[in-house]
Design a protein around this ligand. Structure first.
Ligand code: GLU
Length: 356
């Protein structure tokens, strides 16, 4: 109740100051590269190089942004997000944690390649602790394409970051006129501008004519990991299962310094009989094992066909394999207790075991 009242007071204060003094909110853009900063040789082809255009060029290309907010920005890296790394994640999160302390910054936009945007969004959701809006955006078409989607996506992301209604919702992704929560959003199409969806819940809201409308209340995740001073993250890898999988691909992980394995299983996180003994051995070596699923929707539930309690496996609940990896890496900075880690997965999925 107290929290609700203070959120209301903050929103009212921002609205009053902006209406009364005609002040535009301050939005800070952190650029990391991707297609939104990409250029191609032809305006109609799909071939291009990601991460070519610098932040100021992106901002200058969409002068309408200045009507919504006062915008400044800086370049963090300029890469295709297939090359995203723990080092860049840590640097980005540290920088955002610094920027949100500045009372003159109302919201932050991160421009990013679309390939790993959902992973970065969750990483920031779990490591940046602020009610201020943090919004990721990108583009499916390079800046030189006919009907490039980057300019409108950037404009819309600034709209979302500047809105007091975006506060306290955790990290958001604004793509193709929709807003998505970091824990829900996935890239679902390799080339379409309609690529980003929240397949289990639907989007959190929509952006039209310079306004964002949210469909419902959405709370920030209660999970937060302090990454201050961290230079590296625990090594966690993913095994993608399939019919006829052989054990060697998994066995290699037992002697390569992995602290955690995400098993992208079939169906409800099921494990092939060739892989099962390797995962049991991993647990015996103290390596954490999380069962997730290669199926794009639905949860991987506890105690279904696999006796998780007996094998000390963790079920990923609603997180897909790549997002499970993000949570497990952060969890391992704090604990190796599999039951505690199961609680983290339960908590991010808002799952309470029966009777608890
Ligand atoms: N592969 C590049 C990246 O993720 C370009 C794809 C994109 O941004 O849509 O950065």
């Amino acid at each position: 109740m107290k929290r609700f009242a203070s959120i209301l007071a903050a929103v009212a204060l921002i609205l009053i100051s902006h209406i009364a003094f005609g002040q535009r909110p301050n939005v800070y853009i952190l650029a990391t590269g991707g297609t939104i900063a990409g250029t191609g040789a032809s305006s109609t082809g799909t071939a291009y190089s990601a991460g070519q255009v610098a932040i100021q060029t992106l901002i200058d290309a969409v002068p309408q942004i200045q009507e919504i907010a006062q915008v400044r920005g800086e370049q963090v890296v300029n890469i295709g997000s297939q090359d995203m790394s723990d080092e860049v994640w840590l640097r980005l999160a540290e920088r955002i944690n610094e920027l949100v302390q500045d009372p003159d910054i109302d919201g932050i936009v991160v421009t990013h390649g679309t390939d790993t945007m959902e992973e970065t969004a969750l990483f920031l959701d779990l490591t940046v602790n602020t009610p201020k809006p943090i919004v990721l955006t990108g583009a499916m078409r390079p800046s030189t394409a006919l009907s490039a989607d980057g300019p409108l996506n950037l404009f819309n992301a600034v709209v979302v970051a500047a809105s007091p209604y975006s506060r306290d919702r955790g990290v958001l992704v604004a793509m193709n006129a929709q807003v998505h929560a970091a824990s829900q959003v996935v890239k679902m199409h390799t080339t379409s501008v309609e690529s980003f969806v929240s397949p289990n819940t639907g989007p959190a809201g929509t952006i039209l004519n310079g306004n964002v409308t949210y469909y419902s209340a959405q709370a920030r995740t209660p999970l937060h990991f302090d990454i201050t001073g961290l230079q590296t993250l625990p090594k966690v890898g993913i095994i993608y299962s399939h019919a006829g999988i052989s054990s060697d691909i998994a066995t290699a992980m037992l002697s390569s310094g992995y602290q955690g394995i995400i098993h992208a299983g079939v169906g409800n996180g099921n494990i092939h009989k060739n892989i099962f003994p390797v995962l049991k051995k991993a647990r015996a070596q103290g390596i954490l094992v999380v069962r997730s699923s290669r199926v794009p929707t639905g949860p991987t539930t506890l105690e279904n066909e696999v006796d998780d309690e007996a094998y000390q496996f963790v079920a990923s609940q609603w997180l897909n394999p790549q997002k499970s990896r993000v949570l497990l890496m952060l969890a391992l900075t704090r604990t190796h207790d599999w039951q505690q880690i199961q609680e983290y997965f339960n908590s991010i999925s808002q799952y309470t075991p029966a009777g608890k």
